[in-house]
Design a protein around this ligand. Structure first.
Ligand SMILES: Nc1nc(=O)c2ncn([C@@H]3O[C@@H]4COP(=O)(O)O[C@H]5[C@@H](O)[C@H](n6cnc7c(N)ncnc76)O[C@@H]5COP(=O)(O)O[C@@H]3[C@@H]4O)c2[nH]1
Lengths: 184, 184
């Protein structure tokens, strides 16, 4: 089934490659910022995990700031390059965001949406594929559970990322996104 | 089903984004090489298409030269950057290869394996997913057919790429890979 395949693809083709190298990338990034949290350095285990957003509606946007102005792009981690399937030096680049909490304090973390949800969203739009909104939500849940199982059993990946399921029924609440990211 | 989802993911998440921009990238690449075929410029419609290799066994390697020494990495096209799903300036970079034919003449083209086949390969290795070699070959064929149908009906993509199905039963023949790439 589609969600299962996309979860495997996300793990084998991305998380399994990138997560083991994340710590080194964070170290390099912090040194350029003199390890100062005020400069955006990622100073604790929470901030140096990859936070992956999974909206249940699969509505992924390019800029999380559009969802919540308390979330703001800060900088990139140093890019990783790998030869993959004939593509020489394919680039993998993660983004660091600042998140302001209700008290106005700023936190930094590595953040992105789960890219495969874009495929689920677009597949549901294609009339030839014919799956509508309730099925799409179901597929996102299947994707989330499959991914969570894979990651828990993966030595390279467990504890290096965090899956954040976003219930879109609550998306209308002000600052829902930032509160969910900071909630852990 | 898995192959179908991966074909959609490959189209929506990559080909649909990259293929419309390919012509401009090729033009930029050629100008740096003074439009001289001897310098590796891509001078005809054949060479400026994205050639995508699909081995039926799903055995994708990082370097096609390992399959056939007549194939050799030449250079990169200029990279494309896009904001995708929270990842700012995600990089898409294609590779140009030189292919020597039986007469010793050199041709250049944009080449890569279909990366999602790596997922199919690795899924078949996982005991928890349990699909073996015959199923894997079947999945590659399903992936190929689904992708071909999607691309034929896509205005942004048709005629801008070429799917090259590789029958691994013939992979033992010397220079099988280069002959299949040049065969069109
Ligand atoms: N956030 C994020 N950053 C990345 O750099 C990245 N690279 C892959 N992925 C996601 O991991 C999974 C496995 O990737 P795979 O390479 O097997 O398939 C990829 C691959 O076959 C092709 N593709 C995408 N980006 C590139 C690229 N830069 N070069 C070549 N092929 C690419 O199109 C498929 C779908 O891509 P996405 O729909 O963006 O999501 C992928 C996918 O869900 C990424 N996700």
């Amino acid at each position: 089934n589609v969600a299962h395949g996309l979860a495997w693809s996300f793990y084998q083709g991305y998380l399994k490659l990138v997560l083991p190298l994340l710590e080194a990338g964070v170290e390099q990034y912090n040194q350029k910022r003199h390890n100062l949290p005020a400069e955006g350095a990622l100073t604790d285990p929470w901030s140096s995990r990859l936070h992956i957003l999974l909206p249940l509606s699969a509505s992924v946007c390019a800029h999380p700031e559009d969802d919540d102005p308390r979330v703001s792009f800060h900088d990139h981690l140093p890019p990783m390059e790998m030869d993959r399937a004939g593509v020489r030096k394919r680039v993998f680049k993660n983004s660091v965001y600042s998140i302001r909490d209700a008290k106005g304090q700023v936190h930094y973390c590595i953040l992105e949406y789960a890219t495969p949800l874009l495929t689920l969203y677009q597949m549901s739009q294609e009339s030839s594929v014919a799956f509508g909104l309730p099925e799409r939500r179901q597929q996102v849940l299947l994707f989330y559970r499959a991914l969570r199982n894979i990651l828990e059993r993966s030595l390279e990946c467990r504890n290096r990322c965090r899956l954040i399921l976003l219930d879109d029924a609550r998306a209308g609440e002000p600052h829902f996104l930032s509160s969910q990211i900071l909630k852990d």
